[in-house]
Design a protein around this ligand. Structure first.
Ligand SMILES: Nc1nc2c(ncn2[C@@H]2O[C@H](COP(=O)(O)OP(=O)(O)OP(=O)(O)O)[C@@H](O)[C@H]2O)c(=O)[nH]1
Ligand SMILES: Nc1nc2c(ncn2[C@@H]2O[C@H](COP(=O)(O)OP(=O)(O)OP(=O)(O)O)[C@@H](O)[C@H]2O)c(=O)[nH]1
Ligand SMILES: [Mg+2]
Ligand SMILES: [Mg+2]
Lengths: 278, 292
């Protein structure tokens, strides 16, 4: 595609198509193209320009603190809260994280705080037994905050290193559901003084620009410490993460690359940029 | 809103004298922006804006005292032309049972939508939902719980059964014995690029011989919507789309992209998590929403 020499309109048009098709978004794409135009001249070759672009994008991602960083552990247990819209991959990601951390020697407990959706607790219990991780759950329809509270007590009593809280999917424009999420987050904050707190937004890689809106609104409701991009094994490029980093300062910590327990890895900016630019 | 932006653009342009074709092209940049921000596919936007441009550089727009209004009207007309058409109601088989297969990417809302559809068809029919997802943990259980909430029939696979064609055949036998006349098959979420799973779907279609195969698409789906729909359509001919989570605030451009690229019409919209939350798709409301 960019094998020719000097750049012309076709180069910029093709680049725009690549970025937009990768869900980078039109505003962010315009800004990226402008910034590349400033750093290239009429005798820069296409491949050089692409190389420059690749560096720009990798630098930008690396500049977002926490990019590709695993779940943090220091003194006291770590709580990982998983948030996100319906179907984004939270429950599966909870299992994957439990599996990975368990293999690193951490004693992990999962809180099944989705007390609403049909079969949610059953789904998490199957994963828990596969991962060899204990799951705290209540009866269907109960108060999610109560599950979290019980789980926190269990962490203290059982000397666990990590508590993973799986929450119910919710659309960010539903005020009452976002208030419920905020309440769960406050319960963790109040009862886990001195612990390490992580709160991730789980976003589907196939999402369009609404994924950015999700990050904005969820970020305004709970103190997000990062994104997990799921279903990255799809052909979708997840371009919204550029805006998430640039405009919201949110780092991508992990990517989900499949439906099995070991299909989760740390985010790598270079791999993302190469896939995006083809 | 787009209307306000266009009015602003045209106001500025008219202050410099008569409108020209170049002025219109400038204004169309805003239309293009709005469509892309609404998640409409890049190529679909390109074709659509060109169609709009050809009409918008006509004398009646250039000489109009309300050019913004004229352009917006053209935009809506061209969008409706793209999104409308095609049979938007559910088909039934001339001889029962009517069989429906719901397919789509992971987490798009298939399981929930199967039950919603069954609920919708309960009046005048005896629906049965069938669990053909052996991959997701507790998938059959989720479907069983939802179908009991909705008061519709449920058929699940034997423990550990992984042959979807066998499950389907047993379900159809069960349905024949119990006189269920509407059969809705829930399938596992799958990637359109997963050859093995797409093959499984194609085979299921041959076994079931559905009157409709419906692609369930999350309304927040981005630029990949066209590739996904085209790939599914190639393996198991789609007769309709169900757009889910419309109760969110995604612009929903995927609806326009898919219809424009594959011709498959959007038939229903999921508007919530309850089993009653399924509406007939409103193409006009969707156009307004996409433009923001
Ligand atoms: N291919 C692929 N599928 C995934 C990935 N992560 C999750 N899934 C699938 O996506 C679907 C939804 O996953 P869940 O974990 O149930 O999503 P959730 O966010 O908990 O959903 P709700 O609780 O209903 O909001 C399941 O079929 C998962 O197997 C991933 O990284 N890749
Ligand atoms: N708000 C809202 N949520 C929905 C809608 N449709 C489905 N959901 C939710 O989206 C999530 C995923 O729904 P499922 O029915 O499990 O999706 P699925 O396609 O069967 O998922 P897989 O089988 O894992 O591929 C659940 O939390 C549902 O309650 C809708 O129209 N609106
Ligand atoms: Mg879940
Ligand atoms: Mg399902």
């Amino acid at each position: 595609l960019f094998a020719r020499g000097a750049r012309d309109d076709t180069f910029w048009e093709s680049l725009e198509e690549i970025l937009i098709s990768g869900d980078v978004g039109s505003r962010q794409t315009e800004e990226i193209i402008l910034s590349l135009r400033e750093r290239t001249s009429s005798d820069t070759s296409d491949s050089e320009a692409l190389g420059t672009l690749s560096s720009i994008l990798c630098e930008r991602l690396r500049a977002v603190e926490g990019t590709g960083m695993p779940v943090r552990f220091s003194t006291g247990p770590t709580v990982v809260m998983l948030n996100g819209v319906n179907g984004s991959g939270k429950t599966t990601t909870a299992a994957k994280l439990a599996w990975i951390l368990g293999n690193e020697g951490k004693k992990v407990l999962i809180a099944a705080a989705d007390t609403f959706r049909a079969g949610a607790v059953e789904q998490l219990n199957v994963w828990g037994s596969r991962a060899g991780v204990r799951v705290i759950f209540h009866t269907h329809g109960g108060d999610p905050g109560a599950v979290v509270f019980d789980a926190i007590r269990a962490v203290e009593a059982g000397n666990f290193d990590c508590l993973i809280v799986d929450t119910a999917g919710r659309l960010h424009n539903k005020t009452n559901l976002m208030e419920e999420l905020s309440k769960i987050s406050r319960i963790i904050d109040r009862n886990c003084q001195g612990w390490t707190l992580e709160s991730f937004l789980v976003v589907d890689a196939v999402s369009g620009q609404n994924g950015l809106k999700q990050a904005e609104v969820f970020g305004g409701t709970v103190p997000l410490t990062g994104l997990i991009i799921t279903k990255y094994d799809h052909a979708a490029k997840g371009g919204i993460i550029l805006s998430a980093g640039n405009e919201l300062g949110l780092p991508v910590r992990y990517v989900g690359i499949g439906e099995n327990m070991d299909d989760l890895k740390l985010f790598e900016p270079e791999e993302f940029v190469n896939a995006l630019l083809g | 809103s787009l209307r306000e932006r266009l009015e602003g653009v045209f106001k500025g342009l008219r202050n410099r004298g008569k409108l020209t074709e170049v002025d219109i092209s400038d204004a169309l940049r805003d239309v293009r922006r709005a469509l892309l921000e609404g998640d409409v596919n890049f190529r679909v936007v390109k074709d659509l804006v060109e169609k709009i441009r050809v009409r918008a550089v006509g004398k009646d727009v250039l000489d109009s005292i309300t050019p913004a209004q004229q352009v917006i009207a053209i935009v809506y007309e061209e969008m409706s032309a793209l999104m409308g058409g095609g049979r938007q109601t559910l088909s039934f088989s001339p001889r029962p049972p009517s069989k429906y297969i719901l397919v789509g990417l992971q987490g798009s809302g298939k399981t929930t939508t199967c039950v919603k559809l069954a609920k919708k068809l309960s009046d005048g029919h005896k629906p049965l939902v069938i669990a053909c997802d052996y991959r997701r943990p507790a998938a059959a259980e989720q479907l069983r719980i939802l179908s009991s909430q909705a008061g519709v029939g449920f058929f699940g696979p034997a423990e550990g059964e992984k042959d979807v064609q066998l499950i389907a055949r047993m379900a159809m036998d069960h349905a024949a014995q119990r006189l269920f006349d509407v059969l809705i098959f829930d399938t596992a979420g799958r990637l359109d690029i997963d050859e093995g799973l797409m093959e499984e779907l194609a085979n299921l279609g041959k076994t079931v011989e559905p009157v409709e195969t419906l692609l369930v698409v999350d309304s927040m789906t981005g630029q990949e919507a066209v590739n996904v729909a085209s790939a599914f359509n190639e393996r198991i001919p789609l007769t309709g789309i169900i757009l889910t989570k419309i109760d969110g605030d995604s612009r929903g451009g995927a609806a326009l992209s898919i219809k424009a690229a594959t011709g498959v019409p959007v038939k229903f919209a999921g508007v919530g998590e309850r089993v009653v939350d399924l509406e007939v798709f409103d193409a006009e409301r969707m156009s307004q929403r996409i433009l923001g």
